[in-house]
Ligand binder design. Structure first.
Ligand code: EPS
Length: 373
């Protein structure tokens, strides 16, 4: 089983991460990991902090001669953006953790809470999960993501309107991770407008896993179901308010005969459609895994919102902290990371094995077995 833990405050010295359960002899490609971190840092609408941070990992343990050893891997990331004033937050921002966290942990204000609630933490998640992505790459499993909406602007091209792998790859060269540049100008204009107004914007993300084996997860118990695990992991990302698998909310709008993905056989079992998003009864069915998530607008709003001063209990205006106006493109990479973690973990559960050579061999045999059934 793969487990990971992150630690560190947004404006503290470092972020630290430990991941355990990664098999031995996985090629540890630092450049790949740093590139994943770079992908997460991109996106129009981030705070000036993104110009300050140069996220590159330092490996502390678990890697030798460019390969994993099977020991826990620990890594660190230096924060550069520590030179910010960090006053106590006594006029809590609605939607942020300032108030609820201060109440739960008996703090004077929100400072100690927001330092950890901050999405800076996701830098370490991406770093750790990119090791899972390296593992998936060895098995030819690919994970993509792109932004399908910002605010009320929705892009036309998505999984169910026939997006292709080339389109998904194109998202990496878009400032806001659009697979189709057609809508980019208008959406960037929209983000510029909210920055001018001192407001913020959320949006929607589509995450797609390709070349997925049959048999990840289980129908057997509620906490073994693959869709439940994916939904929980994506929902744990800062700002995410909704997760859908396949047609998601739309599933409730169609008759069964139209929704269910009919089974065909062409040298292996396939589906005519993929409304289920690659998962049936909590088990992957070999089709693409399709997940969608919605991120709420960032709670730090320059123009302020009504709140209460925690010292005087008087009506007040929420405190402003340097922040992003829109972080949806960045969250898109974090979603890829969480999906990679869940899938890598499920593959290891399915196959067992402590080192890459045996896992790759078992993986081949598993795929052959499924093909021949
Ligand atoms: C964040 C606020 C901003 C973001 C930060 C998340 O930081 P600061 O307050 O220092 O400007 O830049 O995100 C990151 C540093 C990052 O690496 O994603 C927040 O309040 O969540």
């Amino acid at each position: 089983m793969i487990r990971f833990l992150t630690s560190g405050e947004s404006h503290g010295e470092r972020l630290i991460g430990i991941i355990d359960g990664i098999p031995a002899n996985l090629q540890f490609d630092i450049q790949f990991i740093n590139n994943e971190l770079k992908r997460r840092q991109m996106g129009f609408g981030r705070s000036e902090r993104m110009g300050i941070e140069r996220d590159e990992i330092q490996v502390i343990s678990g890697v030798s001669n460019g390969k994993t050893t099977g020991n826990p891997i620990s890594i660190s990331l230096k924060n550069r953006g520590t030179n910010i004033e960090t006053p106590e937050v006594i006029r809590p921002r609605p939607g942020h953790g300032d108030l609820v966290g201060a109440l739960k942990y008996n703090q004077v204000g929100g400072r100690n809470i927001l330092e950890r609630a901050s999405a800076r933490e996701t830098a370490m998640r991406v770093a750790l999960a990119s090791i899972c992505k390296l593992f998936l790459r060895e098995l030819d499993i690919e994970i993509y993501s792109h932004v399908i909406g910002i605010g009320d602007k929705r892009v036309k091209l998505d999984y169910y309107s026939g997006i292709k792998t080339e389109d998904l790859k194109r998202a990496d060269s878009s400032e806001i991770r659009l697979a189709n540049s057609e809508d980019e100008k208008e959406i960037i204009k929209e983000i510029k407008n909210v920055i001018k107004e001192g407001d913020s914007l959320g949006g929607k993300i589509e995450i797609i896993g390709k070349n997925i084996p049959v048999g990840l997860g289980s129908h057997s118990n509620w906490d073994d179901k693959l869709d439940g695990k994916i939904a929980g992991s994506i929902m744990s990302i800062q700002g995410i308010k909704s997760v859908e698998i396949g047609l998601g909310l739309g599933s409730g709008e169609i008759k069964g005969s139209k929704f269910q993905d009919e089974i065909i056989y062409d040298g292996g079992y396939r589906r005519k459609t993929n409304h289920s998003g690659g998962i049936e009864a909590g088990i992957s069915n070999g089709e693409d895994i399709v997940v969608r998530a919605a991120m709420k607008p960032i709670p730090t709003i320059r123009k302020g919102l009504k709140t209460v001063n925690m010292e005087t209990k008087e009506e007040s205006i929420s405190q402003f902290e340097r922040s992003d106006a829109c972080a949806v493109p960045s969250a898109s990479i974090v979603c890829e990371s969480m999906l990679s973690y869940v899938l890598a973990n499920e593959i290891l559960k399915l196959l067992g094995g402590d080192y890459m050579e045996v896992i790759k061999d078992r993986y081949k045999r598993h795929k052959k077995y499924i093909e021949e059934r």
